[in-house]
Design a protein around this ligand. Structure first.
Ligand SMILES: [Zn+2]
Length: 249
């Protein structure tokens, strides 16, 4: 078997570490298999009723140095999330938060998709960046402005719910489509994320696009009524019934 090499750009290291696909800080934040949260698995064909594992790592993809570079993105978005709960201002049907390097947030989301695409872990089997793999890797590890980046745009929304603590919601990235755009969608700590790979940019000055912005501007989407909510509700009911059944025996 050939020795695995780090997948970081230009890196030749064969001293690979346990690289987490979903960063550990968020795994703790989301809280694992907790039916009080909304940790949910979605597939292209609707919902699969399973709690996706959060602690999965791969020992064949990254060296410590490259993993640490991604760790800086993880840390940045983690801080943004903590700050969002405290500082985001609601303006009508969206939230605003100043002084956010939205390029770094977009890089973070792409880094999750990239990690999911290079691992062999079954949870992420559907995530394949194919011909975009190298370009996404270079975008993730690079530091140029994404303002002019029309292909790899990331749009986000914030879920709002009466029933679920949306900040604990997570689903693994999946290939998907949004209004004719092809890309990857997932839910992450209260945000609904769509990262596209079309050449065609999102139309108009869409406020939900992260690329090139210094103000986080996030449209609000009611969680109830979305397919994601249906999946989450189903799973919670199943979990409660299973607990009841276990208690009854
Ligand atoms: Zn490396």
């Amino acid at each position: 078997m050939p020795v695995a090499k780090c997948r970081g750009p230009g890196c030749e290291s064969t001293r690979l570490i346990e690289a987490h696909i979903i960063p550990r800080c968020f795994a703790v934040y989301i809280g694992g298999n907790n039916p009080a949260g909304g940790n949910v698995q979605l597939t292209q064909h609707g919902s699969a009723n399973a709690w996706p594992p959060l602690g999965e790592y791969d020992t064949g993809i990254l060296c410590a140095a490259c993993d640490q570079r991604l760790g800086k993105l993880d840390g940045y978005f983690y801080d943004v999330c903590r700050r969002f709960e405290r500082d985001a201002i609601r303006v009508g049907r969206h939230y605003e938060m100043a002084s956010v390097d939205c390029d770094r947030v977009a890089r973070f989301f792409w880094s999750l998709i990239w990690r999911a695409s290079i691992t062999d872990r079954a949870t992420f089997a559907e995530v394949d960046l194919a011909e975009h793999g190298e370009a996404v890797r270079d975008l993730v590890f690079g530091d140029i402005s994404l303002a002019a980046e029309k292909r790899f745009q990331v749009a986000i929304e914030r879920f709002e719910s009466e029933h679920v603590d949306v900040s604990r919601i997570y689903s693994p990235p999946r290939p998907g489509e949004l209004g004719g755009f092809v890309g990857f969608g997932f839910m992450f700590v209260g945000f609904r994320v769509f990262a596209k790979v079309n050449e065609q940019p999102f139309p108009g000055p869409a406020s939900s696009v992260l690329n090139g912005r210094s103000m986080l501007c996030v449209p609000i989407r009611r969680f109830e009524g979305t397919p994601e909510f249906e999946a989450t509700a189903e799973m919670m009911i199943t979990a409660i019934e299973q607990r009841r059944a276990a208690g009854a025996t």
